[in-house]
Design a protein around this ligand. Structure first.
Ligand code: GDP
Ligand code: ZN
Length: 461
């Protein structure tokens, strides 16, 4: 099958230290080579497969150095898409990454559509039918739920709730206004701090209710971001492979060889997981390895669920303990792997470190324990409530940000009441709450913001 070369930024946008521009297709290596100035004139076209190279990314038109980067070259067919794949690891910010992407696009690649790398993995037979079905289920599940959310929003469920809330606030504000402007009106009772406190509490509760749906909404849209962490060689890649049912990551006996963070989507009993296999989190001087480690830390920060893998055939090490510490307060499942070997790990210490987190034993050689792991994941999320039905999910990050600001504003109102601030001053925060909620439904939104939103709509899914 003849397919053009596609490219995209394949790491989540945002703060993280490393971003990746990924290319896939027949010309991936040639295109990258055009931009790559390696040490001693090294050419990417000549390097062996599955190797990573340090060099500069240079604009071939101007000769300008845009970025210093680590470039990994993976030749077909042992890649995710079964095509030649190049990953340019950039450490500069968003602007730099976008420039690198732009250079790649100017030099013969086409911007990938959402999900197109995965699509190619299907088309090129990287995944067999049953695996394809699993992924399709996931994609369907994801989009169905996500679509319900979108349709729900379009039908105005969210905006109806927000409007109702704004109406309540408006009535309170109006009441206060009347008190101030027409003190002689005896038939309008005066708004007291106590009456206001009641209203503020109600508004706060409603905003919090909407925010509580935010987390689930995000999971439906993006999949549950799941980080597999653990010391080198404990079985992280094996776990990923077992979950994905395909040998995507290279499994080896050499500690620290998983150098890339790899992402895979799987559907575990209806829970969409975005699995991230990370290099072991530990201090290291090796620059290649450090990329993996930095990305691991970032993946860890952004993860919704942590699968912490321990080698049960060895005693706990200080590194294991550090990992427990690093994930404190997060959703964690502790996996004691290599259970087929004689156990050396002290269960009592594991239980203590796990602080109530679920502990499971597995062997990735015999596949023992995998069922229980899937049960545990399914039980943790959406148990019995995967049906979106008449729930309103807030899943748009702009909405979430505005709701959080509105929550702060209403808390300021409550603080004002507490400290006996005059009502006409408190009213300012109340009006601010009203404004912020208004931005969600576009009532007080500025023209430029509207334009921006619209352009996103056109570009997006
Ligand atoms: P990672 O470095 O944490 O990703 O570990 P890998 O998944 O690459 O596994 C390291 C080595 O341990 C490989 O040789 C695996 O075959 C082996 N291994 C993984 N899981 C098990 C297990 O449950 N039992 C045994 N006996 N070996 C395992
Ligand atoms: Zn690994």
């Amino acid at each position: 099958m003849e397919m053009d070369t596609i490219a995209a930024i394949s790491t989540p946008m945002g703060e993280g230290a490393i971003s990746i521009v990924r290319l896939s297709g027949e010309n991936a290596i040639a295109i990258a080579n055009r931009l790559f100035a390696g040490v001693g004139g090294k050419k990417l076209a000549d390097v062996p497969s599955h190797t990573i190279h340090y060099g500069k990314i240079v604009d071939p038109d101007t000769g300008e150095t845009v970025e210093e980067a680590m470039v990994s070259v993976m030749k077909a067919p042992k890649t995710f898409t079964r095509e030649d794949v190049v990953e340019i690891n950039c450490h500069g910010g968003l602007v730099v990454v976008n420039r690198v992407l732009q250079l790649v696009l100017n030099n013969g690649a086409r911007l990938a559509e959402p999900g197109e790398f995965t699509k190619r993995a299907f088309l090129n037979g990287r995944i067999d039918l049953s695996q394809a079905e699993a992924v399709m289920d996931l994609i369907r599940a994801k989009t169905d739920k996500a679509m319900n959310v979108a349709i729900g929003q379009m039908e105005g469920r969210l905006s109806k709730l927000v409007k109702k809330l704004r109406q309540e606030i408006l009535e309170v504000v109006a009441h206060i206004e009347v008190n101030i402007d027409y003190p002689e009106y005896d038939d309008v009772e005066e708004m007291t701090h106590r009456m206001l406190e009641e209203k503020a509490q109600y508004i706060k509760n409603e905003i919090e209710k909407l925010l509580r749906t935010a987390h689930q909404g995000k999971i439906l849209r993006e999949g549950l971001s799941t980080a597999i962490i653990g010391r080198p060689n404990v079985g992280k890649s094996s776990l990923l492979n077992s979950l994905v049912q395909e040998n995507k990551a290279i499994v080896t006996d050499i500690p620290g060889t998983t150098r890339d963070v790899i992402e895979e989507y799987v559907n575990v009993r209806g829970v969409p997981l975005r699995l991230i296999d990370t290099a072991g989190i530990r201090e290291t001087e090796d620059i290649v390895e450090r990329i993996g480690v930095e990305r691991s830390r970032k993946a860890l920060k952004e993860a919704d669920l942590i699968l912490l893998v321990i080698n049960s055939s060895e005693p706990l090490s200080p590194e294991d303990e550090a990992l427990f510490e690093a994930v404190e307060g997060m959703d964690v499942i502790v996996i004691l792997n290599k259970w087929d070997l004689p156990h050396q790990v002290e269960m009592e210490s594991v239980r203590e470190l796990a602080q109530g987190a679920k502990i499971l034993t597995t062997s990735l050689v015999t596949e023992e324990g995998m069922e229980k792991l899937e049960d545990a994941i399914a039980a943790m999320y959406f148990e019995g409530q995967m049906e979106t039905g008449d729930l309103t999910y807030v899943s748009n990050s702009r909405h979430i940000a505005l709701l959080n600001q509105a929550l702060e504003a209403i808390q300021d109102v409550q603080n004002g009441i507490q400290s006996n601030t005059p009502i006409d001053i408190i009213q300012i925060d109340l009006t601010r709450t009203w404004d912020l909620l208004g931005e969600i439904i576009g009532d007080t939104v500025q023209e430029s913001l509207l334009n921006q939103l619209f352009s996103q709509f056109c570009l997006g899914k």
